[in-house]
Write a protein that binds this ligand. Sequence first.
Ligand code: SF4
Ligand code: SF4
Length: 220
Amino acid sequence: MVGKGILRGLTTTARHLLETYLDDVKKIPSRYAYDRHFIKQPLEEKGIFTIQYPEERRVLPERFRYVPMLLYDADTGEDRCTACGICAKVCPTQCIWIVREEDKTGKPLPRSQEFYIDISICMGCGFCAEFCPFDSIKMNHDYEIAVYNRYPDLVLSKDDLVVPTTYYAQLYPEAWAAEERAREEERKRKAAREKALAAKRAAKAKAAAKKKDEQKDAGK
Ligand code: SF4
Ligand code: SF4
């Protein structure tokens, strides 16, 4: 039938319009009484309503990613990054530069002296975070990074990039919980390995002592 598609399209548009109003009315007063800086609209909601940015902002889903950030351990203050350079190698836009720290003799140390990311060409792919073997680089949720000058303002240094692990835990509660579980498992495995090794060493020492005693007795 001629115009069937148009009719279907118009029906869908009308349904969305209706759902938007119904949803909006259903959420009164909670939607409007809510802290206007953190307006919530769960993804499963059908209605769509305008957010008055920048006065209002949506709460971002955990999987949201923007530009990278570097983590340091909130308990020890130690950087997680070992300057291995994997993130720089896998970065498709080649926007990461790392200078590894060296000791007085020129021996490389497992930490970075300088770490830069040119976020004007970072495409937010998250490869760096995906491939980092030390869970050191993660994707930040902060999207308000507009500046007047591209250079040098969009070339972020280590000082601009570092954040504590507590900040990461707050942005990524599920991922953080999963990583904590994995770390706990690893701690348990390590403790079991060390215990088994200690038992093996003790048994070896006991056997050696016994052999020594036997040799001593045989020599009498
Ligand atoms: S952020 Fe991760 S992958 Fe990049 S240099 Fe540091 S430890 Fe290596
Ligand atoms: S998010 Fe992608 S483009 Fe940006 S620094 Fe990481 S790997 Fe490079």
